[in-house]
Design a binder for this molecule. Structure first.
Ligand code: CAA
Ligand code: FAD
Length: 380
């Protein structure tokens, strides 16, 4: 077993760190305050190969593996968690499924511009009444011969307003339950497809989240992804990989907050010495560092399993569950270590604390991760 990162992995980490430091950091507070999505920065992420990291070069991607992806996401999220989720939705929720299950025509038409960062993708599974209970799909797609007629509403869709390509999960045959669910590629601008107002969120405020409304949208037959009835398993398999991305995002948020708290604790003096010399503060740092390291190992392990072609659904749920809890705990403690300064925007940690919360909710809440993990361990 080798815990050292190869030179290539270190280079990927450094490229992402530099991008985060020099491009994302300067206006990160302003983007958060104004809920401003930056197409320019997303374009730069595309130029650097971050928008289709695991897609083969043949389809416009960077041809890298899941560990490279996790390393890059960790660095980016440590500075700007919104940029991380924009990137992760495009990479693991959209590009992954298109490359694995798309036809050659679908890959040429949709995957190429998404993987190269020229266009942005979104993944629409959740609905007003189907979040955790994802099989309860109310959106319908009725087979009309040459096309499917799509009707329904999707909720909370990341990149919802800024994407141009959407993977939409819908029920085609209610009588078949989750075996009657399919995944479709829907384009922005299709007649009957409307985008709701931008959600005003607690955190990840510079990533845009919208509901999507479909009224008699004619989705061409050739836009179905995979075999008939494969849509639910497609969504679950997509989320197995997606959760590695969110776990890496959570890890990055925790690392970002810890780095700031550690530095601050050496500078800030009370009672004649730096606060890191008060054991209460030093012990907080010790706990943070320990938990971050444990989260990192879980994230890397899940990515490694995926890269080896081994089963990784359970490992990605474990990594996401643990890393998101660590992100929440670490960011709260980072604010505490900053005292009053931690409560204002200039010091970054309050934003990281707000950003951390979502990692316990999306791509399956912590409670859902425990369902996935416990079912898996009881199965064997
Ligand atoms: N891979 C392949 N197939 C899977 C699977 C997986 N990981 N997990 C389940 N399945 C299959 C099952 O085998 C079953 O098929 P069969 O009946 O043929 O055996 C079918 O899917 C249904 O599975 P369950 O009976 O386990 O279904 P359930 O209703 O009990 O729910 C669940 C399972 C794990 C709770 C699921 O509903 C779930 O993951 N919910 C959370 C949804 C979620 O994570 N949403 C995220 C939206 S995207 C997002 O949030 C993006 C973002 O923020 C950026
Ligand atoms: P519910 O399912 O209503 O859950 C409410 C509470 O009950 C939670 O605490 C949950 O853990 C708990 N609970 C539910 N069922 C059980 C159970 N069986 N056992 C124990 N506890 C349970 N979705 C997408 O499809 N695409 C996206 O791009 C996307 N982006 C998002 C971005 C943001 C900012 C947000 C807020 C959400 C996003 N989502 C997206 C939706 C997200 O995945 C759901 O919000 C999440 O899966 C939870 O669903 P829900 O909100 O309906 O909560």
């Amino acid at each position: 077993m080798d815990f050292n990162l190869s030179e290539e992995y270190q280079m990927i980490k450094e490229a992402a760190r530099d991008f985060a430091q020099y491009e994302l950091k300067p206006e990160v507070i302003q983007r958060d305050e104004e809920q401003k999505f930056s197409a320019e920065l997303v374009g730069k992420m595309g130029d650097l190969g971050f928008m289709g990291m695991m897609v083969s070069e043949k389809y416009g991607g960077a041809g890298l593996d899941a560990l490279s992806y996790a390393l890059a996401l960790e660095e980016i999220a440590s500075i700007d968690a919104s940029a991380a989720v924009i990137m992760s939705a495009n990479n693991s929720l959209v590009c992954f499924g298109l490359e694995k299950y798309g036809t050659e025509e679908q890959k040429q038409k949709y995957l190429l511009p998404l993987a190269s960062g020229k266009k942005l993708g979104a993944f629409a599974l959740s609905e007003p009444e189907a979040g955790s209970d994802a099989t309860s799909q109310h959106t319908t797609a009725v087979d009309k011969g040459e096309y499917y007629l799509l009707n329904g509403t999707k909720n909370w869709i990341t990149n919802g307003g800024t994407a141009s390509t959407y993977i939409v999960i819908a029920q085609t045959d209610v009588s078949k339950g989750h075996h009657g669910i399919n995944a479709f590629i829907v384009e922005k601008g299709m007649e009957g497809f409307e985008i709701g107002p931008k959600e005003n969120k607690l955190g990840i405020r510079s990533s845009d989240t919208h509901s999507l409304m479909f009224t008699d949208v004619k989705v061409p037959k050739e836009n179905r992804l995979g075999e008939d009835g494969f849509g639910f398993k497609f969504a679950m398999e997509t989320l197995d990989g997606g959760r590695i991305g969110i776990a890496a995002q959570a890890l990055g948020i925790a690392k970002g907050a810890y780095d700031l708290a550690r530095l601050y604790s050496k500078e800030r003096k009370t009672f004649g010495k730096p606060i890191c010399e008060h054991q209460a503060i030093a012990f907080k740092l010790a706990d943070m560092a320990t938990e971050i390291e444990a989260a990192r190992l879980l994230v890397y392990k899940a990515a490694w399993l995926k890269d080896q072609g081994l089963s990784y659904g359970n490992a990605s749920a474990v990594a996401k569950l643990f890393a998101s809890e660590v992100a929440m705990k670490t960011t709260v403690e980072a604010v505490q270590i900053h005292g009053g300064y931690g409560y204002v925007k200039e010091y970054h940690v309050e934003r990281l604390m707000r950003d951390a919360k979502i990692t316990q909710i999306y791509e399956g809440t912590s409670e859902i991760q425990k369902i996935v993990i416990s079912r898996d361990l009881l199965k064997h």
